[in-house]
Write a protein that binds this ligand. Structure first.
Ligand code: HEC
Length: 153
């Protein structure tokens, strides 16, 4: 009697583990890395996502016309279609809707460790980083300026 109870609970526990494990793998997207405290308070300046002047400047930065050492398009592609292996596809809203403005600013500022994505803040001012972000954001919005209201935490 007692043994049967133990046996049953082992079976139940094992199946609960299998079920919860299965759910974790099938439904949970890979969690986003946490934005460090020094970047958590960084936000797109008012109107910055759609400001035509800022986006024009951002385009020059993206294409390497503002600073030859910074050419985002050489990896992410002139039109956002990646040309270097491993570079994020910035046309895919599955990527960009997961980037908060602070996350985006942090990654462009500091780069991504162990990848070709460099620390760009050594070449770009904060204003320029926001400009290039607003430019890039167009790739996931039919190449048109857009508010970042599709961000889903
Ligand atoms: C030498 C190639 C290269 C250049 C130049 C480059 N990137 Fe990247 N970028 C990458 C790679 C590779 C990744 C993917 C890193 C990873 O695995 O998350 C990436 C990722 C990103 C991401 C997503 C960050 C994340 O955590 O997923 C953004 C945003 C981005 N790049 C913007 C830019 C901007 C803006 C510029 C220009 C200032 C730029 N990149 C220049 C290679 C590059």
């Amino acid at each position: 009697m007692a043994m049967r109870k133990v046996g049953l609970s082992v079976v139940l526990m094992a199946s609960a583990l299998v079920l919860s494990g299965g759910m974790v793998y099938s439904e949970e997207p890979v969690p986003m890395p946490q934005v460090p405290a020094e970047y958590a308070g960084k936000h797109m300046p008012a109107g910055g996502w759609t400001d035509p002047k800022a986006i024009e400047e951002g385009g020059k930065i993206y294409l390497g016309e503002a600073n030859q050492l910074v050419n985002c398009g050489s990896c992410h592609g002139k039109d956002g279609q990646p040309v270097k292996k491993g570079a994020r596809d910035l046309r895919d809203p599955k990527n960009t809707t997961r980037f908060s403005d602070s996350f985006w600013f942090w990654r462009v500022s500091e780069g991504v460790p162990k990848t070709k994505m460099q620390n760009w803040k050594k070449y770009l001012s904060e204003e320029q980083i926001w400009q290039v972000i607003a430019y890039e954001h167009q790739f996931s919005h039919g190449n048109k300026p857009a508010e970042h209201t599709d961000y889903k935490p």
